[in-house]
Ligand binder design. Sequence first.
Ligand code: FES
Ligand code: FES
Length: 181
Amino acid sequence: MDQPIRWRLNGQPALSAAEAQTPLLYVLRNELDQHGPRFGCGLAQCGACTVHVDGRATRSCVTPLTVAQGRDVTTLDGLAARWRQSQGISDPAVLHPVQQAFIDEQAAQCGYCINGWIMTAAALLAEKPQASDSELRLGLSGLKCRCGTQVSVLRAVKRAAKVMREAKAREAQVSGVKVLA
Ligand code: FES
Ligand code: FES
C-alpha cells in the first residue's frame, strides 16, 4: 500500500490514504468533511470545486491527491479563520472580506457556484488587491453561474478589494514601523 499523503489543510496537519490519483475534491468532501468545495462539472470548466493550494486558486476536481503532498491547502471552510489569523483578529465572527462582501451585496442566488467565486476572488485579491475592473473580469472569467449572478458578484468583489487594499496598507504601515524601530 502507498504511504499516506500528508499536507496541511486550513492550517492543520491532514492526511489521506486514498489512491494518489483520487481527485483532491473527493478526499476533501468525503473524508475530511469539507463542505465548501462543490462538485459541478468535474472537468475544470465551472470552478465550483476551487480551493487554494499554496495560495493559488486550484480546481480540486481535476487535481490528484498527490499534488497536495507537503502543500498548504485552504478551503472555503477555513478561509475566514485563516484571514483572521493573518490579520491578528480575535473575533470569531469576522469573515474573510470576500465572504462578507458577498453577504453585503446579496451576491448569491442558489449558491451552488459561490465557493468558486469566493475562493477565486480571494486568491486574486490576495495577490493583487489593486486589480482593475478588467483584471477582475479576466480573473473571474472562467467561472460559471447558471443563476446569472455575475453583475452582483463583480460588485461584491470590488467591495472586498477595497477592504483588502486597506488591510494591505495597514500591514505595510506596521512593517514600516518595525523596519524603523
Ligand atoms: S467541478 Fe471542478 S471545475 Fe467544475
Ligand atoms: S448562484 Fe446559482 S449557480 Fe450561481
